[in-house]
Design a protein around this ligand. Structure first.
Ligand code: SAH
Length: 267
C-alpha cells in the first residue's frame, strides 16, 4: 500500500511521523483514498468519539488503538496531553494516525496538534476529510449555496461556553446560510441570540442529526421553534443546525422522485 511521498520521505519506520486524518462525517466510503492509505500504514491510531464504527473497521489488526474520546467516567484528554502523546509516539518511531471526525481543521483542533508536532520537530501531514456540514448537505440534498437562496456560507461553533461572546451579527439572514456545529445542547440560547441580533423568528432552520449514517434524521422548522424542535425530537449529538432559506430545500414533495433516484443501483 502506497503512502504519500511526504510521509515516505520522512521514513515512516526509522523516524516516526504524525498524520492528521479527516475521517469524514461517519460513512466509511466518504473517506478519501489518501485517508484509507494512511490508516492502512498506521502503527498507532489515536481517535476520538466521533469516528464511526465503519471507519474504525478499516484499522489494520496490527495497529495499536488509543482512544481520546470523552467518556462518562472520564473527561476528554486535555489537548496538551493529546499533542504530547502524538509527539511521544512519533519520536518512538511510529507512524501515528490521528483520526478525527469530519475535517481536522474545522472545529477539530488540528491546528494545535500540528503546532505541537512542529514544536517538537516531528514530521506532520494533514489529510482533509469531508466536514459534517458538507456530508449533511449532500445526504439531505440541501445545498449550502444556491443561486436563488444563498451565496454566503458561515460555519460557527455553537457550544454553550463562550456563546455570548461570539459575534454572529450578519452571518445569517437573506442570501446567507449559517451552519452551527456543536449547537444542540444550546439550541434554545442560539435561537435567542440570533433573534436578538435581528433575525426573523420565521427564518427556516434544519437540524441534521447523524448525517450520512443510516440513522440520519433531517428535521425542519422555523428559528423561533429551534429549541422546541430539539427538545420534542430529543435530538442527540452529533447534529448540525442550518439556518437560512436553504433549510427548506431537499424536503419538497416534488423532490421525492429525485430522492428515490439518489441511490443509483449501479453504484
Ligand atoms: N471536525 C468535525 C467537527 C467537529 S466538532 C467536522 O469537520 O465535521 C463536532 C460537531 O460536528 C458535532 O457537535 C456536530 O455538530 C458536528 N458533527 C460531526 N459529525 C456529524 C454528523 N455525522 N452529523 C451531524 N453533525 C455532525
Amino acid at each position: 500500500m502506497e503512502i504519500s511521498s511526504e510521509i515516505r520521505a520522512s521514513g515512516p519506520h526509522s523516524q516516526g511521523c504524525v498524520i492528521l486524518v479527516g475521517a469524514g462525517p461517519g460513512a466509511a466510503d466518504l473517506l478519501t483514498v489518501r485517508a484509507v492509505r494512511a490508516i492502512a500504514a498506521a502503527d498507532v491510531i489515536v481517535h476520538d468519539g466521533l469516528v464511526g464504527a465503519d471507519v474504525m473497521a478499516l484499522v489494520p489488526p496490527a495497529a495499536r488503538l488509543v482512544s481520546v474520546a470523552k467518556r462518562r467516567d472520564r473527561h476528554t484528554m486535555r489537548q496538551d496531553d493529546i499533542g504530547a502523546l502524538l509527539v511521544a509516539e512519533a519520536l518512538a518511531g511510529h507512524v501515528v494516525v490521528r483520526l478525527k471526525g469530519g475535517d481536522p481543521f474545522i472545529f477539530g483542533r488540528g491546528g494545535e496538534e500540528v503546532e505541537a508536532c512542529a514544536a517538537a520537530g516531528v514530521a506532520v501531514e494533514v489529510i482533509p476529510g469531508i466536514s459534517s456540514a458538507l456530508g449533511a448537505a449532500a445526504a439531505a440534498q440541501m445545498p449550502l449555496t444556491h443561486r436563488d437562496h444563498a451565496s454566503i456560507v458561515s460555519f460557527v461553533a455553537g457550544e454553550c461556553r463562550g456563546l455570548a461572546e461570539q459575534n454572529w451579527v450578519g452571518l445569517a439572514g437573506k442570501g446567507r446560510t449559517l451552519v452551527i456545529y456543536m449547537g444542540v445542547t444550546g439550541a434554545d440560547r442560539i435561537a435567542e441570540k440570533l433573534m436578538a441580533d435581528g433575525l426573523a423568528p420565521d427564518t427556516p432552520i434544519a437540524v441534521i442529526e447523524r448525517a450520512t449514517l443510516p440513522t440520519m434524521r433531517v428535521l425542519r422548522s422555523l428559528l423561533a421553534d429551534l429549541g422546541g424542535l430539539v427538545a420534542r425530537e430529543t435530538v442527540q449529538s452529533p447534529a448540525l443546525i442550518i439556518v437560512g432559506d436553504v433549510a427548506r430545500l431537499g424536503d419538497i414533495a416534488t423532490l421525492t422522485t429525485i430522492a428515490k433516484a439518489q441511490t443509483c443501483p449501479a453504484y
